[in-house]
Design a protein around this ligand. Structure first.
Ligand SMILES: NC(=O)c1ccc[n+]([C@@H]2O[C@H](COP(=O)([O-])OP(=O)(O)OC[C@H]3O[C@@H](n4cnc5c(N)ncnc54)[C@H](OP(=O)(O)O)[C@@H]3O)[C@@H](O)[C@H]2O)c1
Length: 266
């Protein structure tokens, strides 16, 4: 059975461990390394998985190595593990802004790399994880990487050239959407609905809409048509959003976020 080693068990590393165990992955197949001793002890005790004191021990024993340290720690970690990496191992990086070529330039030899970009919602198992890989990663190895991340949410295989776009749409996406949710709650207040009730209504509207789209397998525009009747309330509101170029604003915001992700990853 393949072994998974996680380097750096902060927010993300812990979410990955939780998801793997929830999916039924055997504890003996997971190992981790965490620089903060107290945190390492808590992870070992809390999840019953073994920590490696040395990175070399972790890398030697693992087939899939997940790099979950902060981007600024990547060089130190990669330089230390580079001599132990070979084509029998898959390095999975979740570090924002660290490209496969950044990694290859530190490691200095060909290795199999998968770049995975999770968003914050992985914490509740409803995340989006964009993945990209270099050419030498085999199909069955990509499948295994997808299996690792699948309990954390939806895994979308994209080329590395689209990773910045995925960071903008999937990574920053929740913030844009939350701004819309806040606006709905404020609108509820403006038209006289108490704050808590406005929050319940607005949240349920979004939850129910997404559930219906998924269950009925329809396009958003089709569902929107269903509730937009001639001379009705919905079209009065939509006319205002269209007049203010709501869609254009959203597109521009996400395009800007994507450009910023590209700048940060250079
Ligand atoms: N959080 C998110 O929503 C999110 C989303 C997408 C991608 N990411 C990426 O995921 C990575 C981890 O993010 P995070 O939020 O989990 O960060 P984090 O909470 O800071 O976790 C990283 C952990 O790694 C430890 N560490 C540092 N150097 C180490 C080493 N040489 N060996 C072992 N452990 C070491 C850190 O200890 P110290 O604190 O002492 O350095 C820390 O406990 C980042 O690269 C980030 O870009 C995060």
């Amino acid at each position: 059975m393949e072994k998974i080693g996680i380097i750096g068990v902060g927010n993300m590393g812990e979410s990955i461990i939780k998801a793997l165990l929830k999916k039924g992955v055997k504890k003996e197949t997971i190992t981790f390394s965490e620089i903060k001793k107290e945190r390492a002890r808590a992870i070992q005790k809390g999840f019953g998985i073994k920590g490696s004191k040395k990175l070399s021990e972790l890398v030697t024993g693992a087939d899939y190595i997940i790099l979950a340290v902060k981007p600024q720690d990547s060089r130190t970690v990669l330089s230390e593990i580079a001599p132990l990496l070979d084509l029998s191992k898959i390095v999975i990086t979740i570090m924002a802004g660290v490209t496969t070529s950044n990694i290859l330039s530190v490691v200095g030899k060909p290795i199999k790399i998968v770049k995975a970009m999770p968003n914050i919602c992985v914490k509740v198992g409803e995340g989006v994880i964009g993945i990209a890989h270099n050419k030498i990663v085999k199909k069955e190895e990509i499948k295994k990487v997808k299996d690792i991340f699948e309990p954390l949410g939806k895994v979308v295989d994209v080329g590395e050239e689209l990773m910045d776009a995925v960071t903008a749409l999937g990574g920053s996406g929740p913030a844009f959407f939350l701004l819309f949710l806040e606006a709905m709650i404020d609108a509820g207040l403006k038209i006289g609905i108490p704050r808590e009730k406005a929050k319940i209504i607005s949240s349920q509207v979004i939850k129910g809409t997404l559930r219906m789209l998924e269950e009925e397998g329809i396009h958003p525009a089709v569902m929107r048509d269903m509730i937009t009747s001639p001379g009705g309330t919905t079209i009065s509101g939509i006319a205002v959003l269209e007049e203010k170029a709501f869609k254009g604003i959203v597109i521009e915001a996400i395009e800007k976020a994507s450009k910023r992700a590209k700048e940060l990853s250079l």
